[in-house]
Design a protein around this ligand. Structure first.
Ligand SMILES: Cc1ncc(COP(=O)(O)O)c(C=O)c1O
Length: 467
């Protein structure tokens, strides 16, 4: 090892010792200091001013945190159960990841690009490709990008070129895919494209509905057949989240997907799994792996927990030169930490029915059942498109609870109440809306989740009493 590398190694070790010492007081939630309250409000105002709209709540971090706990600018410490919408899968101040980040931070460049990069970009892409292959998908290539939306834009272009410019896309109702001009027209949220001219033709199919599994499956297949017949060779791809994320944390079984995937494949339409939200946090590293759908994947996109984002595709679909590039492919720190996360996910006992993620979901499930039983008036029945919506759900580290009939304002109040009580959550879905958690599955201990569920129960009950 060179003297320089040895010096960096020992400096990083010292740095991590200091970080551990500095975080030693973060062991449980605590309220903010009154004197620091205005400081947090001031930062929240500055954010609102510079960005042009306020944050949903003042989650401005101090830069300190430990595991599932994060400290905010008022000195309060809260359970972080939303993790930047699924990004901080290993929580806050993880000494191993911070050590990797510190080493990466003293490489010669902050950002790496498509024209010039260092080894971190190559390793990150190779590691992701190896993970996808291990999950059963024959991915020839992996192309990093700086956001999920950019990875998805790249994926869409690859599909379109591979299908000789076929202009249409098939997706599911209630899907979310990102916020570029084109992606906001594929996503099923009219509010996300208000005032934005239509730039793509999309055909939506109903998603699997637990209230009517057979009916929703049959209707999706019928609709797929009829749109394929109406637009022969017209579709480039069929893009899907295998567990719908923003749409309401709805998983669907293999038996729902297989006939659809077979039918699309017969028509030559490329199959694209958007695993940006599911990656890392369900029953396997990729959800397609858990559902044994790897054989169908033409293209898959990942982001969030991987820190760097990327699109991976079969060698046969590799685009011609010129279609993809861009100045940045990612930061040195993001790709180094992302590579380390992939290694830890692969070896940390997270997956399978006995893995720690399934264990966390079982706790969530049991606690929700108790909460609903004990506070029935807070959980009126909610009618979905085809029947009652289950009062809690999700899978793995995608957890949702639906009190107060899924009313938007009531869920938003609950999220704010929980924030004040020391738990950071968010919502998902649209009519009904749900309380939503994307906890740091890499570091969350069962007893942490029990504490969080205690606070959820108290807040739901209190809001129910307040009416
Ligand atoms: C399924 C899915 N696709 C795409 C995206 C967009 O990723 P990003 O916000 O990094 O652009 C998201 C983000 O929430 C997502 O959940």
């Amino acid at each position: 090892m060179s003297d320089y590398n040895a010096a960096v190694g020992s400096a990083c070790r010292l740095l991590m010792q200091s970080l551990a010492a500095s975080n030693a007081d973060i062991n449980d939630i605590r309220p903010g200091e009154e004197s620091a309250g205005p400081l947090l409000a001031e930062w929240a105002d500055r954010l609102a001013d510079v960005r042009g709209r306020p944050g949903f709540y003042p989650t401005i971090g101090s830069g300190r945190g430990k595991g599932a706990l994060v400290e905010l600018m008022d000195g309060s410490v809260k359970w972080d159960m939303i993790t930047g919408i699924g990004v901080h899968g290993f929580g806050h101040g993880d000494l191993d990841l911070m050590g990797v980040a510190a080493q990466a931070a003293v490489q010669d460049t902050v950002m790496q690009g498509n024209l010039q990069c260092n080894t971190e970009a190559v390793r990150f892409a190779e590691r992701l490709r190896a993970a996808a292959r291990a999950g059963g998908a024959d991915m020839g290539h992996c192309y990093p990008a700086c956001s999920g939306a950019m990875a998805n834009e790249n994926a869409l272009k690859v599909c379109m070129q591979a299908r000789d410019g076929a202009p249409r896309v098939i997706a599911f109702q209630d899907n979310f895919i990102g916020r570029t001009v084109t992606l906001s027209h594929i996503g099923d949220s009219p509010g996300h494209r208000e005032g934005v001219p239509q730039s793509i033709e999309v055909d939506l199919l109903p998603f699997w509905d637990p209230a009517d599994p057979d009916g929703s499956s049959a209707e999706a297949l019928d609709r797929l057949r009829s749109i394929l017949a109406a637009h022969p060779e017209g579709h480039s791809c069929f893009v899907m989240e295998l567990v719908q994320g923003e749409g309401g944390f709805t998983p669907a079984p293999r038996s729902f997907f297989v006939p659809l995937l077979e039918t699309a494949r017969e028509a030559g339409v490329l199959i694209w799994f958007d695993e940006i939200q599911t990656f890392g946090r369900t029953d396997r590293m990729f959800r397609f792996e858990g559902l044994d759908l790897g054989a169908y994947v033409d293209i898959v996109t990942v982001g969030k927990m991987t820190q760097g984002c990327a699109a991976l595709w079969r060698a046969a679909h590799n685009p011609r030169p010129g279609l993809l590039s861009g100045t940045f492919l990612g930061s040195t720190v993001a790709m180094s930490v992302g590579t380390r996360i992939l290694d830890r996910l692969a070896s940390g006992g997270y997956y399978g029915p006995d893995g720690s993620i399934a264990g966390l979901h079982r706790i969530f499930d049991d606690r929700c059942r108790d909460i609903v039983e004990r506070h029935p008036t807070c959980f009126p029945d909610v009618e979905g498109r085809r029947g009652p919506v289950p009062k809690w759900g999700g899978t793995g580290g995608m957890m949702r609870l639906t009190p107060f009939g899924g009313d938007r304002d009531a869920i938003a109040s609950l999220v704010r109440r929980l924030f004040d009580a020391g738990v950071i959550t968010f919502f998902c879905g649209h009519d009904p809306y749900h309380l939503r958690m994307l906890p740091p599955v890499g570091v969350l201990e069962p007893e942490h989740l029990e504490s969080v569920m205690d606070i959820i129960e108290t807040c739901v009950a209190a809001q129910g009493e307040d009416g």
